[in-house]
Design a protein around this ligand. Structure first.
Ligand SMILES: Nc1ncnc2c1ncn2[C@@H]1O[C@H](COP(=O)(O)OP(=O)(O)OP(=O)(O)O)[C@@H](O)[C@H]1O
Ligand SMILES: Nc1ncnc2c1ncn2[C@@H]1O[C@H](COP(=O)(O)OP(=O)(O)OP(=O)(O)O)[C@@H](O)[C@H]1O
Ligand SMILES: [Mg+2]
Ligand SMILES: [Mg+2]
Lengths: 244, 244
């Protein structure tokens, strides 16, 4: 069965969408038939992959996967009705069953599934965590992102009771060259040890430019520092997940 | 009556908290008795002002304003129960009345009130928008933030029906020196003209370091580029609001 990876963090702007899009593109480059599920009503993963956000529904209405600008990468877009499913964390409704069935179906025709989540604690990330087999938590190398990590891990732990929870890893993102990033990185590695991926994503303007062309870094600026880091982290993750 | 300013944008990581904290600090420096209401369960404004996020409740439970690390700036912190009020946008409950009453009460003892919002479309930003007399929309000078703007403005327009909606302005934030920021800035100014504040906040590492010391830029690095920009934008906003 294909790994189902939820990429989530309630802190905003830490690189969730950028991570989903670029992991998918490098996994596709490696020959894996890859699916991105955009479960953020902002629909940023949808547009970053060159797809016009559409009225075609979402994973919750069993929208069909569509081709994207990245080779071997398909997308279930974020439809406008997705926001209606953003009920508070404790109040997840019947949608979890619908999501489970949709994802199980899709696992038959893809080799990797990545789910982009919105920056909050609603049923959208909660359901993604409950159907996921793996979790990647992007943590921007800045103070607020560090602060929010314990809140997120407490929410993930809470889910443990109701599901065999996925294996989780932390990906350090937007690492600037200064002392702040170094101290955040040292703190995260001290606390979380092997849970933290060895590859760190550097802050790189190209990562912010690529989505404005509807392309992953691989197709926009494949030799830039962030592209090389996402290539390396894709290899690191695939080998961690492959050995299961 | 004191202006009540909602600082909001559903896009994550665009500088909402940084804007609230630094506008408050410079308004306090100018002698205005200023209140920050942290209505984001992440409680970043609370910790950026040197206050330990507390179990003392939130604006919805009429928590008392407390002193902060910034002179003339008080804070109603984000308590853990705030997340329970994050129901979907259309489903705002009885809390709006409670918020209205609490804010009206506080307007008697403060000269400026700033409300920090979480990155979503829930009842938290919706209620803040309905009690606000002014709205500041931080827009990061990158592609995704630009994309989300029309969604946000559509939500604000929708509220028009149920309230004499506040005056809104766009603040351009994290403007890097490259071509991407220049093209985003040009597009925003072309579309929104006078709604866009003339001061732009530059990307400046000091803005990311200050919160790790629980201090506003004014108290951390008052001569850095972002501090000078926040000083200038505070003057621009106070003169726009003062002339009402
Ligand atoms: N390594 C990087 N270097 C520089 N900019 C980056 C990097 N990664 C992402 N960005 C940019 O930073 C901004 C935030 O990234 P992104 O939108 O991927 O975060 P997010 O966590 O998905 O945000 P949200 O919480 O709104 O969903 C975007 O404009 C993106 O293009
Ligand atoms: N002008 C700036 N230059 C560089 N970094 C900045 C600037 N303004 C804010 N930052 C940093 O960028 C990150 C995001 O800013 P901030 O947390 O204020 O955004 P936000 O919109 O409040 O995020 P959220 O959506 O999670 O509430 C923080 O680490 C902050 O310290
Ligand atoms: Mg995103
Ligand atoms: Mg914030």
């Amino acid at each position: 069965m294909a790994p189902v990876v939820a990429v989530t963090n309630q802190k905003g702007g830490v690189g969730k969408t950028t991570t989903v899009v670029n992991l998918a593109a490098y996994a596709g480059l490696g020959g894996l038939r890859t699916l991105v599920i955009d479960s953020d009503p902002q629909a940023n993963a949808t547009s970053a992959l060159g797809v016009l956000p559409s009225a075609a529904g979402s994973i919750y209405t069993h929208a069909e996967p569509m081709a994207t600008s990245a080779e071997n990468v398909w997308l279930v877009p974020a439809g406008p009705e997705l926001a209606e499913h953003a009920r508070p964390w404790h109040d997840a409704g019947h949608e979890l069953r619908a999501l489970h069935m949709a994802v199980q179906q899709l696992q038959n025709s893809f080799e990797l599934i990545l789910i982009d989540c919105p920056p909050n604690f609603t049923a959208l990330p909660r359901n993604a965590l409950l159907v996921a087999t793996q979790v990647v938590i992007p943590v921007q190398c800045e103070y607020f992102a560090l602060e929010g990590l314990s809140q997120l891990l407490a929410h993930i732990e809470e889910l443990h009771g109701s599901a065999p929870l996925a294996d989780w890893q932390i990906l350090l993102t937007m690492a600037s060259p200064g002392a702040l990033a170094r101290s955040v990185i040292a703190e995260v590695r001290r606390h979380f040890g092997d849970r933290v991926l060895s590859v760190e994503i550097p802050r790189d303007e190209a990562a912010a430019v690529a989505p404005s062309h509807g392309r992953a870094l691989l197709d926009h600026d494949p030799l830039c520092p962030a592209a090389l880091a996402y290539l390396a982290v894709t290899r690191e993750l695939l080998s961690r997940w492959g050995s299961k």
